[in-house]
Design a protein around this ligand. Structure first.
Ligand code: FPP
Length: 255
């Protein structure tokens, strides 16, 4: 028996939703199409999901759009992905402004082709004052190098005497990451049936909930999103505490 999906807004929504968009290539292969067609369809899914997340009033959405490792894909595929990103930014600027969505990007942005990075920075600037939602694109992003880079900058500050090693704690370390002023993701969705993080938000995901679906990214629509969000809504997040402690906190009977 197939379970029906409630289209109602779930009771508990994540404040920060992050998505590993996977399966574009397989979507295309199933249809005997070139991989780029999968990415093109994937860009349409991006639009649908951004709209749905905005409607649901989820304030932060991070999309893993291009990893550092993706640079080693065939040149034509990398170029096609950069073109898609460029087209997306060109096409969606009015939509972002109209819906008061701030666009941000995390990753080694200086590696992006100049025309893409110029448009990206322009879009970030134009939308910088928007506050209703933040759409964060992870581009040329790798979590291990983000962490190594943070460690390097902290070490440099220590050498210059601007920081003492005794000051280094989890909070300070997090403030040196790309995501310094962004809350940790509450929910990370990965499409296409793979069950790994692939160098995505390793530090930030310490207490994230995970939702893996076999649905390929180009097929991931609002209905699929709501399914994931309802699943998240039912979960008990304990952050290392016991169920009883969480219950007492919710009922306000905690001493
Ligand atoms: C992973 O699928 C997907 C990517 C590497 C690129 C994601 C890009 C988009 C969704 C479109 C452009 C993005 C924006 C923000 C407009 P895969 O190619 O690894 O799929 P496979 O594992 O089936 O081969």
């Amino acid at each position: 028996m197939t379970k029906t999906i409630s289209l109602k807004k779930p009771a508990n929504l994540p404040r920060h939703l992050a998505i590993i968009m996977d399966g574009n290539g397989r979507w295309a292969r199933k249809r005997y199409m070139p991989r780029i067609m999968g990415h093109r369809q994937g860009a349409k899914a991006v639009k649908e999901i951004v709209t749905a997340v905005r409607e649901l009033n989820i304030p932060y959405l991070t999309l893993y759009a291009f990893s550092k490792e993706n640079w080693s894909r065939p040149r034509e595929e990398v170029e096609a992905l950069m073109d898609l990103l460029y087209d997306y930014l060109k096409r969606e600027i009015d939509e972002l402004l109209g819906n008061r969505i701030r666009l941000r990007a995390i990753g080694e942005l200086d590696r992006l082709p100049p025309r893409v990075s110029t448009l990206l920075f322009e879009t970030m600037e134009k939308t910088a004052k928007n506050y209703e939602m933040q759409l964060i694109l992870a581009l040329s992003y790798g979590s291990r190098s983000e962490i190594a880079e943070a460690a390097k900058r902290i070490a440099q500050k220590c050498i210059r005497g601007e920081l003492s090693p005794a000051d280094i704690d989890e909070k300070l370390f997090a403030s040196f990451l790309y995501t310094a002023d962004i809350p940790d993701p509450d929910l990370i969705i990965r499409t296409s049936g793979e069950q790994r993080l692939s160098n995505f938000l390793l530090y930030q995901a310490a207490y994230s909930e995970f939702y893996m679906t076999k649905t390929l990214w180009p097929d991931f629509d609002k209905k699929e999103l709501l399914k994931a969000l309802h699943d998240f809504s039912r979960r008990e997040r304990r952050f290392g505490k016991t169920s009883e402690q969480i219950y007492l906190k919710c009922t306000g009977s905690e001493s």
